[in-house]
Design a protein around this ligand. Structure first.
Ligand code: UT7
Length: 393
């Protein structure tokens, strides 16, 4: 006899146990470097203050023709190039961003279309600097349940476009960029071992970007006097929260993985401020070198900062197959999130034949767009003709 529980199980979920492994990673930063000296030319600030208070030396700003979705696409293409995955094999695309071009449609659907990922679902996540790890968590659970096999998770930002240039306290912090990982289902034990996602909405006012739909904006005119679509941050409040939560989240997620700090080869935190990383190292009682930092070159890239730092850590040889690493993020919301990853990949071998197929698909995007439009029209036209027929025909 079939048990009730079996009847209720969704058909796509197989009872098999899968692990979610990172098999590809990629990043894209704009070429345009904006140094502390460049900032001092337009703001009342100086290199010494920025370096000593934040650790940042320079950041990248997107060019006119670059957008959050084009940066996301480049990072995704690079991540895919290290894997055997063809775009048509991707089940889910998640983009974490707080600087989308649209409220909807999601940034992720542009990436889906440009990649030719015709079997994928696609959506954005709004969880500020924790967004990439929120996405990693969702995709991991979907893989572990057996409902999907391949996910692409991207953190992408063009924060240069939401900087409030009248606020030197925040204007010096942010930069643009994107980072991506491919997550694949494997039977081999490893990959994402434990995750943690949390929020404390009582701190919603500490870090925010308001839209036209915000009551404060709707009730006050003229709009030009207000800081719509610009970052506001209560730096001190966020600083105190971040310095505390980083260490706490690392301990909790390691505990969930049934590991201890000694098992961890590298911690990759959200890159917000060098002093926050120092405070975390002190509270965890670990050397500062255990915490990856590339803040000096990119500044705070919000949702992109963790995958960017991950890519650079791999490139610098700071992670090898078999290592356990911790990813940890915190930011607006307030939100925070973390993951323990057992890194299972060695030097990736690029399959040139597959890369050729992927590139051919990318090049055909314009043809695809036209073809889908024609096909949609054709389907609509046929349906109209069929509907005109008498029912008994
Ligand atoms: O990604 C999400 C998470 N974000 C974060 O974690 C950011 C957390 N917050 C921070 O990193 C720091 O709070 C900031 C870097 C934003 C600010 O540093 P701070 O040490 O908290 O500086 P402050 O705002 O308390 O300002 C100290 C002084 C002030 O002068 P007075 O009032 O003491 O005379 C500011 O006016 O520094 C002055 N100041 C500056 N001086 C030169 C503030 N910004 C600047 C500047 N250049 N850019």
């Amino acid at each position: 006899m079939v048990k009730m529980a079996e009847l209720n199980r969704p058909s796509t979920v197989t009872p098999h146990r899968y692990y979610a492994h990172i098999t590809g990673w990629g990043m894209c930063v704009p070429e345009h470097i904006f140094s502390n000296a460049d900032l001092s030319a337009i703001l009342e600030t100086n290199d010494e203050w920025i370096r000593t208070r934040t650790g940042i030396q320079e950041r990248r700003f997107a060019d006119e023709d670059q957008t959050t979705s084009t940066l996301a696409l480049k990072a995704a293409q690079q991540a895919l190039s290290l894997t055997d995955v063809l775009p048509s094999e991707i089940d889910l695309i998640i983009v974490a961003t707080c600087t989308p071009e649209n409220i909807f449609p999601a940034t992720a659907v542009f990436v889906q279309h440009w990649l030719g990922a015709n079997q994928a679902g696609a959506f954005d996540i709004s969880a500020a600097c924790s967004g990439f790890l929120y996405g990693l968590n969702i995709a991991t659970q979907a893989i572990r349940s057996g409902s999907i096999k391949v996910a692409l998770i991207i953190g992408a930002e063009t924060l240069s476009r939401v900087i409030n240039w009248e606020d030197r306290g925040t204007a010096i912090l942010f930069g643009d960029g994107a980072g991506a990982v491919v997550l694949e289902a494997r039977e081999e034990e490893g990959g994402i071992i434990s995750t943690l996602v949390r929020a404390d909405g009582s701190g919603h006012d500490f870090l925010k970007i308001l839209t036209h739909n915000h009551p404060e904006i709707r009730s006050k005119a003229p709009f030009s006097d207000l800081k719509i679509h610009k970052v506001y941050m209560s730096g001190g409040d966020v600083f105190k929260f971040a310095s505390r939560i980083l260490g706490e989240a690392v301990r909790e997620v390691i505990d969930r993985a049934k590991m201890s700090l000694e098992d961890i080869r590298l911690i990759i935190p959200h890159q917000a401020n060098a002093r926050i990383l120092q405070a975390a190292a002190r509270s965890l009682n670990v050397p500062e070198s255990l915490l990856m930092s590339n803040l000096e070159r990119y500044g705070n890239t919000s949702a992109a900062s963790i995958p960017l730092a991950l890519c650079e850590a791999v490139r610098e040889g700071r992670i090898a197959a078999g290592d356990n690493i911790v990813l940890v993020g915190f930011g607006g919301g307030l939100t925070w999130a973390a993951a323990v990853v057992k890194w299972m990949v060695g030097e990736p071998a690029v399959d040139r034949r597959k890369e050729g197929r992927r590139r051919a698909g990318y090049a055909l995007v314009k043809v695809r767009t036209r073809w889908y439009r024609v096909a949609r029209f054709g389907r609509w036209f046929l349906q109209r003709i069929l509907r005109r027929r008498p029912l008994d025909e």
